[in-house]
Design a protein around this ligand. Structure first.
Ligand code: ATP
Ligand code: MG
Length: 603
């Protein structure tokens, strides 16, 4: 392609609304254009990158025996009502765009395709002989994200590869899951990305069945905790660890103490000259279930620890049936305003004890009248601990479980693992922290959807069984931007060769020099004929402008038909290293072919 004939517009300055480098660079270099909040046009360079990423994804998927298809984006609400997700997705979480057609039928724009694929499987899979089966698609997804940001990283319209597999049993599912783990690792390696597979939260169903593929970058929205020995890596939402040992308590007898102005753990510990590991902290949460019921939750945890709200939400989801509900739609620490909607009297905030009375709650149809009391393991083992006295300005010291306080029945892991914690698999290893961009997620779904939607098959014994399912997603457009986030310098993008929109750019420093033009034209034609995807910068611009633009758009190799042509040579510059060398004109093609093949295969 000739730049003179392209829509080629680069910006000198950073666009005001872009925060992270990859977003700024893709805008400045003319890869993408913002059309609305979380809505972007993929311009020709971007589209080439996206197609290259898609092709790598396809090849790796096909190699596992998965088959490509294309499912509808317009999805009838009935399907989502069958799975029970319509209200949560359109109202509670509000992630799904929905609409009403001219026949007054409700439809949603697909944020994901479990319902559609399960309906197909229900209709078409009858027998174990048809299994296992794995279908995937590459498609635009729609999600009305609360905070669309960072360009393609979190769009409201984005490209995803999503695949769904069906099995007779868990064993067969696990095999495909392993194949996907390998396929995803291959994809990312081939696309030239540094990544880490991490254990991921799999919601209330739990199990070890979920891995996220994280591209490591400062701008990542996720925190990953890992050990140096490479044996453990998990999303912080899911991570487990050994907490620091608690210090022995200095308080040997039970006593109520006046502790004025100590409504935080820090102030309390300073006042009592105690370690936060001797304190039992009681944190109040408020949750709203999908049936509209508000439930107050008291989490009791060791003073130096923090609550992992994902683990807490999973536990509350497991408890949902006790309250006639299926899902949690909100979870937060109640503020003064929300407290007014249920508090019967003013709460001793900052001084709450594990046994705070249910009388603080004015229960009614909308509000459950009792606290759900959960205790984290870290608080269970404490002896002679310090905790609130249920009275502002007072704490108790030297308290013990089943003496002054009854231990809450539900002991659960609710603590947030932290960098520096010791690892479970080997306490000599400590957890380190890194930021990651989640580009892929593989997940063992089990029979969650097949059961509610009645998707069954007949096994060898003639029995009807629910299909066992897995699902596997790659954020194609997010992955492409993540590549930039991992690879750029002050002058622009440095594309990994495998996903660069073009391999090479031939730059003519002076288009009024007939010899420069002639050699450039010849190289341009021959390179393309040889399968080296090449641009020609034939614009009537100063050489400096052209070099700057080539650096900005990040094409791996720049070929300059400058002064060296008088010696039968051209200058070839590698974008990543900036190394420049003069190469004989008739060796350019073989040399570049070698470099490109090596670069693509080494990754
Ligand atoms: P996140 O936690 O980042 O919102 P998710 O858990 O909702 O992701 P999945 O439903 O598992 O994501 O979707 C599969 C993949 O699609 C993700 O791993 C991610 O790479 C990509 N993805 C999800 N949401 C977006 C988005 N709003 N914009 C771009 N890519 C996305
Ligand atoms: Mg999401």
């Amino acid at each position: 392609m000739r730049l003179s004939q392209m829509l080629f517009v680069t910006l000198r300055d950073d666009p005001a609304d872009a925060e992270i480098p990859s977003h700024k660079l893709l805008l400045r270099a003319g890869y993408i254009r913002r059309i609305g909040s979380g809505i972007y046009a993929y311009l020709p360079f971007m589209w080439r990158v996206l197609q290259k990423v898609s092709q790598i994804v396809r090849e790796e998927m096909n190699a596992t025996g998965a088959q490509e298809c294309l499912l509808p984006q317009l999805q009838p609400s009935d399907l989502w009502k069958e799975s029970g997700r319509w209200d949560t997705y359109t109202k509670a979480e509000g992630i799904m765009f929905s609409l009403i057609d001219r026949r007054d039928q409700q439809l949603g724009l697909g944020p994901t395709h479990e319902e559609v694929i399960t309906a197909i499987a229900r209709d078409m899979i009858r027998s174990y002989r048809q299994l296992p089966l794995h279908l995937y698609q590459l498609q635009t997804k729609f999600r009305d994200e609360i905070r669309p940001r960072f360009g393609l990283m979190r769009g409201r319209e984005f490209i995803m590869k999503d695949g769904y597999s069906f099995h007779v049993d868990e064993e067969s599912l696990k095999k495909t899951y392993q194949d996907m783990y390998q396929a995803y690792s291959n994809m990312l390696r081939r696309a030239g990305l540094a990544f880490r597979p991490v254990e991921a939260d799999s919601g209330a169903i739990g199990g070890s069945g979920s891995t996220e593929f994280m591209v490591l970058a400062e701008a990542g929205e996720d925190e990953v905790l890992y050990t140096e020995d490479g044996k453990y890596a998990a999303n912080v939402e899911k991570a487990v660890s050994l907490p620091a040992d608690a210090e022995a308590s200095a308080f040997t007898s039970y006593e109520k103490r006046e502790t004025p102005g100590t409504d935080t753990i820090e102030k309390l510990c300073q006042f009592l000259k105690a370690s936060s590991t001797q304190v039992v902290k009681n944190v109040l949460y408020q949750t709203v279930y999908d049936n509209g019921l508000t439930v107050l939750v008291l989490v009791t945890i060791r003073g130096d620890q923090e609550v992992n709200e994902v683990k807490l939400q999973n536990e509350l989801t497991r408890l949902a049936a006790n309250y006639g509900a299926k899902a949690v739609i909100a979870l937060n620490v109640p503020n003064a305003e929300t407290q007014q909607t249920w508090a019967a009297k003013s709460l001793p905030l900052g001084y709450i004890a594990p046994d705070i009375s249910d009388e603080y709650i004015a229960g009614n149809k909308q509000v459950h009248a009792k606290f759900v009391r959960l205790v984290d393991k870290t608080a269970v083992d404490l002896k002679n601990f310090v905790t609130g006295a249920n009275e502002a300005g007072y704490h108790v010291v030297g308290a013990n479980w089943n003496e002054q306080f009854q231990l809450p029945e539900s002991v659960v892991d609710l603590r947030k693992a932290r960098p520096g914690d010791r690892a479970l698999h080997n306490p000599e290893q400590t957890l380190s922290s890194a930021r990651g961009i989640e580009v892929g997620h593989i997940f063992q779904l089990g029979t969650e959807y097949s059961q509610v939607m009645g998707a069954t098959y007949t096994n060898e014994q003639g029995e009807e069984k629910p299909l066992v399912m897995g699902c596997y997603g790659v954020g194609v457009s997010r992955l492409a931007q993540a590549a930039v986030e991992q690879s750029y310098d002050k002058d622009g993008i440095i594309w990994p060769v495998a996903i660069a929109p073009y391999h090479a750019i031939v730059t003519i420093p002076n288009i009024n020099d007939a010899q420069q033009v002639q050699i450039a034209e010849k190289l341009y034609t021959e390179l393309n004929q040889a399968g080296i995807e090449t641009l020609l910068d034939d614009r009537d611009e100063r050489a400096g402008v052209k070099f700057k633009d080539a650096d900005l758009i990040g094409i791996p190799y720049r070929i300059v038909t400058g002064r060296a042509i008088t010696n039968g040579k051209v200058e070839v510059v590698e974008r990543a290293t900036r190394q420049s060398q003069e190469i004989a004109i008739d060796e350019v093609i073989t040399t570049l072919k070698q470099w490109i093949t090596a670069a693509i295969n080494n990754k």
